[in-house]
Design a protein around this ligand. Structure first.
Ligand SMILES: [Zn+2]
Length: 247
């Protein structure tokens, strides 16, 4: 009996893929558990294992391990970030499947500032507020992953309604209202007020506006340079014209 060429486990009848399905193009054989791993990463490679070399397979598994560990690292960072928000019911989030999807959903430099749980379009999930958007994430058993984006610049207002126990958060975008239902009562108010506050804060000044005082300062400097004789009248006029174009 041989050993698995990938993980070196002793190959027995019980852990050898049937019908020679675990054979590679150099005749070496892999075990059922390695076969299953490959099948999960890329079924078409697993199906035609005989066409691939041991190096191909080792690289495939290595790459998978690397992406998994990067994802894990990012997930841990995200979890730490969520913990630091000091939300009242934060411990209940970590049991949710949606949290594990965040590394793939969030962009680089996208920061979470609030989360609530609720239902939207009959799906049970989480509504995450970040520096760019609100995003509802629902990892269902049957339908898989559903993600709906509400970019901050498209949100015209946000409201909440509360009943005896539960509340709703209503996100108004141009012509649409998305209602996140079955939110814990206090959380619906706190979340809506948080996002409303964020929306009311002035946006960062756009580049052109922030240049204006700069141009004025430069004009002043230019004037001084002319006065002190460093620039000639012609040079001064030329530079001045250029600066004024920017205004
Ligand atoms: Zn193996």
């Amino acid at each position: 009996m041989n050993n698995c060429s990938v993980c070196s486990v002793k190959l027995k009848f019980i852990n050898t893929p049937t019908f020679g399905a675990g054979k590679l193009n150099d005749g070496s054989v892999i075990c059922t558990s390695c076969y299953k791993k490959i099948n999960k990463i890329n079924p078409s490679i697993a199906f035609k294992l005989k066409k691939h070399s041991l190096t191909d397979i080792q690289n495939l598994l290595q790459e998978k391990e690397e992406t998994d560990s990067t994802k894990n690292e990012k997930l841990n960072e995200i979890k730490a970030e969520i913990k630091s928000l000091n939300l009242s019911n934060v411990s209940t989030f970590f049991g949710r499947k949606e949290i594990n999807e965040l590394p793939q959903i969030l962009a680089e430099n996208e920061k979470i500032d609030h989360i609530i749980q609720g239902t939207y379009n009959n799906g049970n999930g989480i509504l995450v507020s970040t520096n760019r958007r609100l995003v509802f994430i629902d990892k269902g058993m049957i339908y898989g992953l559903k993600v709906e984006d509400f970019p901050l610049e498209k949100i015209s207002s946000i409201q909440y309604e509360t009943g005896l126990i539960l509340g709703k958060v209503k996100i108004h975008t141009s012509g649409n209202i998305a209602s996140i239902d079955n939110v814990e009562k206090a959380s619906s108010r706190i979340f809506a007020e948080f996002v409303r506050d964020k929306l009311s804060k002035p946006k960062e000044p756009i580049a052109q506006n922030s240049q204006e005082p700069n141009v004025l300062e430069q004009l002043e400097k230019l004037g001084k340079l002319k006065d002190s004789g460093i620039l000639t009248e012609t040079e001064f006029s030329e530079q001045k014209a250029k600066l004024l174009e920017k205004l």
